[in-house]
Ligand binder design. Structure first.
Ligand SMILES: Cc1cc2nc3c(=O)[nH]c(=O)nc-3n(C[C@H](O)[C@H](O)[C@H](O)COP(=O)(O)OP(=O)(O)OC[C@H]3O[C@@H](n4cnc5c(N)ncnc54)[C@H](O)[C@@H]3O)c2cc1C
Length: 399
């Protein structure tokens, strides 16, 4: 018997500790951020810390876009391996991107401490492994490139991995990585910024943007408007709906989470994992002892087609989990599907597209979305002030 429909108010209410009113008047703000996910929250934090007058809107309840679906492995390892990125984008861009993502992990740790977020941030080591003989040379090449450019990495052989609990042929172990609860963190960060003066409006959909010479006039779905000098789009994958240029290939992706294990298993005590297959699988634990795994990506057609595959993808992911960690009894508790995007070089898009004036984008596409959003904090002021910044150059739309 179904005694009620899937979602009732009380369990949802108890998972929200803060809700913001929707906009029901016309307002003016120096800067408007569209998008209240982890990117919008980080950008707001940066701007509020700089004493700017900022308003943030989200068409949903805050943090209910991709941020709520994320598995939140924080890595400096970009989807395109360092040695390949050097070939694709040149030495300076590739190495600076890897180095900045590494720095971003520790920057996030600092923010978590400053705002006293209960988001279960934990530093981890990352293991990039292969189960395929043909990928060993490739992995070795990547190991050499990382070592040459000063990353703290260790080569692990089959036996060492077995000791850890992972069945694989070889791996690179990296010192710097982390995990957190992205939803808790973004909510806490927005609440912190709100207390410092950020104006937040939930359920406020921007449907039209007009630009006269002085300012933008942004119209909401309920026919109110916001007047702003600068607009920053932190709208994640949905930005593809209104960007004139195609910069990302959307993928359907899948995540499964186990029941809490009776005790922390050795493999997941200090490590997170991803592998060299394409699309890759990735694994982490949560603080309450669950295993979280993602993968099974394929081209995104629409949400209905993505979601209908969920039960098939659950089986596929569990089968692959068992191959990698045969000693862990993964009892499935929950699963979900999400949309994410790949760019041609695994790097994000920052700044103003050609022909856009005072309209800025911080789009942390790719598997490193969260670390890229932290990098966005370092460029946003320069984008607003029209000042040069190497990352605005590396990650520009027209590249
Ligand atoms: C299953 C999955 C696993 C992932 N795993 C990882 C991982 O391990 N590590 C990692 O770094 N990244 C990961 N990512 C990517 C990461 O989650 C994203 O990069 C990140 O959440 C993006 O945050 P965001 O704030 O940019 O986007 P979102 O969280 O989607 O926020 C954008 C917000 O903009 C709002 N919005 C859009 N249009 C409008 C409008 N017109 N008006 C008002 N509001 C609007 C939306 O409602 C939304 O809340 C994963 C993603 C998925 C789906």
């Amino acid at each position: 018997m179904d005694i009620h429909s899937t979602k009732t108010y009380w369990p949802i209410k108890n998972s929200f500790d803060k809700s913001y009113a929707s906009l029901d008047t016309t307002i003016t703000s120096e800067i408007l951020i569209i998008g209240g996910g982890i990117t919008g929250a980080l950008i707001a934090y940066k701007l509020i810390s700089e004493g700017k007058e900022v308003t943030l809107v989200d068409k949903r309840d805050i943090c209910n876009g991709s941020t709520a679906a994320s598995t939140a492995m924080l890595q400096y390892e970009i989807d395109i391996p360092l040695h390949q990125l050097i070939e694709q984008r040149g030495l300076t861009c590739a190495v600076s991107s890897y180095k900045s993502c590494e720095k971003a992990i520790f920057e996030l740790e600092k923010i978590v401490k400053t705002i006293k977020s209960d988001c279960q941030f934990e530093l981890k080591k990352s293991v990039y492994f292969t189960s395929s003989k043909k990928d060993i040379d490739f992995l070795q090449k990547e190991y050499e490139a990382r070592k040459e450019h000063g990353f703290s990495v260790k080569w692990l052989e089959k036996e060492e991995l077995k000791n850890l609990g992972l069945t694989a042929l070889a791996a690179i172990e990296s010192e710097s990585a982390a995990v957190l609860d992205p939803y808790r963190f973004a909510i806490d960060l927005l609440n912190y910024c709100h207390k410092k003066g950020l104006k937040i409006f939930d359920r406020t959909n921007i449907v039209k943007i007009k630009n006269n010479k002085e300012q933008f006039i942004l119209q909401t779905d309920k026919d109110f408007s916001i007047h702003a000098k600068d607009v920053i789009h932190c709208t994640g994958y949905e930005s593809t709906e209104n960007l004139s240029q195609k910069v990302v290939d959307l993928k359907s992706t899948y995540a499964i989470i186990s029941e809490a294990l009776p005790e922390t298993v050795k493999a997941f005590k200090n490590h997170i994992y991803w592998d060299t297959s394409s699309p890759y699988f990735y694994f982490r634990a949560t603080k309450d002892g669950r295993i979280l795994m993602g993968g099974g990506d394929q081209d995104f057609k629409n949400a209905k087609k993505r979601d209908v595959l969920l039960s098939r993808k659950e089986k596929f992911l569990i089968k692959n989990f068992k191959k990698c960690f045969p000693d862990i009894n993964f009892k499935l508790d929950y699963s979900w599907a999400g949309t994410f995007g790949e760019t041609k070089d695994g790097l994000p898009y920052f700044g103003k597209p050609d022909g856009y004036k005072n309209e800025h984008y911080i789009l942390g596409f790719g598997g490193n979305g969260i670390t890229f959003s932290v990098l966005g904090m370092d460029v946003v002021l320069d984008s607003l002030n029209n000042d040069p910044n190497p990352f605005l150059e590396y990650y520009k739309f027209d590249r």
